[in-house]
Ligand binder design. Structure first.
Ligand code: MN
Length: 487
């Protein structure tokens, strides 16, 4: 039996990698023999679908193979040892990670209890994945496929899975920069979590979009002509805001009329310079709304998103948002962390043995810190420590030299100190923020310039435990206190 998965894989992977994948398909097909999905289909349809998604995300071959095998250890007689013998240590390690996550999940309390439980649950998930973030990416593909086939489950189960997806998996995708996956998860889950509101909003948006689409076409034509004239290579398309993000925004602003960005025109160009050229063309053509020009290229969002945004008014008083980005920025915006595991980045996959997360791009370095903490926690510790790092929005602060550091919102000066270096934390004596002394209990703000004054004789105190917020600095501080034996 030839599967669409293998056809797809032939386009991206080396022949020997495709051969390995084929072996995995045969192995899993045999293992799941006789099992059925709730839809009545053979069970193997599910793992093949998950692997197909992972191949579409162009993940490395080990991850795609794991997609095929991901339910075999939990749901069949297959063992991790068998998998290791056939597919090697890396695949075995990943399958084991996915199985552990599932076990952690089944040990959790019901998701529709209040939010803190959910956060603990997510922390447990992360602890379970330990040292390989690819496990989370596989879980996201797994969750997407399950959401696509939710219609076959009972309404109670639908609601439960939908809510868990909104509270756990969507934020996780967001933190990994996988915005398109987040959107897919949210829209699928929203439909089952709040069916009435979904239907209502879906209809309103359809009506509005039909109208604005026609008007948008003339704007698109006009801007295309202007950019051709300027000699810029580009592609332009409309992007519609996801239903769930409209739903969230409506709860904040009230009326649809205040939502300018229901539909936006997205311009993709070759490089950064062209992004600014496009902005110039647009602004000489139309009047921009001043407070809606956003340069996320010079100052990326803390999760790594890069793009120029501008909203303009046309002479016919139409308000249109544009998003301008290069191809590589677009790639990142669509796939986020998954883009770091690109199949043809040979160097990456070679480095990517266990714990290879050290190759993550700088704005995702917090994942490394998190995994470090998570593996410490496996040896005993409290999951409470993790929730701020995971759920708070991120802020950027600067060293006096202009180096950028990424911290969870609510972080205190000592968190910055420990992030820069544990020695600076250890000997911290005072903090100077934007040129003025700031006490250790006052949170840092986005854009702050932070300098830590150190004194050789200064040592950490037990009272500092109240003055650190991140799991990273807490762990470092505790270790230092233990050494000093003052706790
Ligand atoms: Mn599964």
């Amino acid at each position: 039996m030839e599967s669409p998965l293998l056809d797809l894989a032939r386009q991206y992977y080396q022949p020997e990698e495709v051969a390995l994948l084929k072996t995995a398909v045969e192995f899993a097909t045999r293992a799941h023999e006789g099992q059925l999905r709730a839809s009545g289909e053979p069970y193997i349809v599910h793992p093949l679908g998950v692997a197909h998604t992972l191949a579409e995300w162009k993940m490395d071959i080990d991850t795609v193979v794991t997609g095929v095998l991901h339910d075999t250890v939990e749901d069949t007689d297959a063992t991790v040892e068998q998998i290791e013998a056939i597919f090697g240590t890396n695949v075995a390690h990943l399958v084991d990670g996915v199985t552990k996550v599932n076990k952690a999940r089944s040990g959790m309390k019901d998701i529709d209890e209040y939010l803190p439980t959910t956060r603990d649950n997510l922390s447990k998930l992360l602890i379970a994945v330990g040292d390989d973030v690819r496990v989370i990416i596989i879980k996201l593909a797994d969750r997407l496929h399950n959401l696509h086939t939710l219609e076959f489950l009972s309404p109670e189960k639908q609601k439960k899975i939908a809510r868990e997806s909104l509270q756990v998996f969507a934020p996780m995708a967001d933190r990994l920069g996988m915005f398109r996956v987040r959107m897919q998860i949210e829209d699928l889950a929203f439909r089952y979590d709040k069916p009435d509101e979904y239907r209502k909003l879906n209809k309103i948006m359809k009506d509005r979009l039909a109208k604005s689409h026609r008007r948008l076409l003339s704007v698109q034509k006009e801007t295309e002509d202007a950019m051709h004239k300027a000699g810029i290579e580009f592609t332009m398309s409309g992007r519609v805001k996801s239903i769930y993000s409209v739903y969230k925004k409506l709860r904040k602003v009230g009326g649809l009329d205040e939502l300018f960005d229901l539909i936006a025109l997205r311009v993709i160009v070759e490089n950064k310079e062209d992004c600014y050229r496009v902005l110039g063309v647009l602004h000489s053509l139309y009047q921009p709304l001043l407070d809606r020009i956003k340069d996320y290229i010079a100052v990326p969002k803390p999760n790594g998103y890069q793009s120029l945004h501008t909203t303009v008014i046309t002479p016919s008083k139409q308000i249109v948002e544009f998003q301008i980005r290069s191809r590589s920025m677009h790639e990142y915006a669509e796939r986020g962390l998954a883009a770091s595991f690109h199949y043809n980045e040979q160097k990456l996959s070679k480095n990517y043995e266990r714990g290879g997360a050290s190759i993550l791009p700088a704005h995702l370095s917090w994942i490394n810190e998190l995994q470090e903490v998570a593996s410490n926690l496996q040896k005993g510790g409290s999951v409470e420590d993790l929730s701020l790092d995971l759920f708070a929005d991120r802020i950027f602060v600067y060293s006096p030299k202009g180096d950028i550091y990424n911290l969870p919102e609510g972080s205190l000066p000592l968190d910055f100190a420990y992030l820069v270096h544990s020695d600076i934390g250890q000997h911290a004596y005072g903090a100077i923020v934007n040129g003025k002394p700031q006490s250790f209990d006052k949170p840092l703000l986005n854009g702050d310039i932070v300098e830590i004054v150190t004194k050789k004789s200064s040592q950490p105190k037990a009272s500092w435990l109240k003055l650190v917020k991140t799991a990273h600095s807490r762990a470092k501080l505790k270790a230092q206190l233990n050494k000093l034996d003052v706790s």
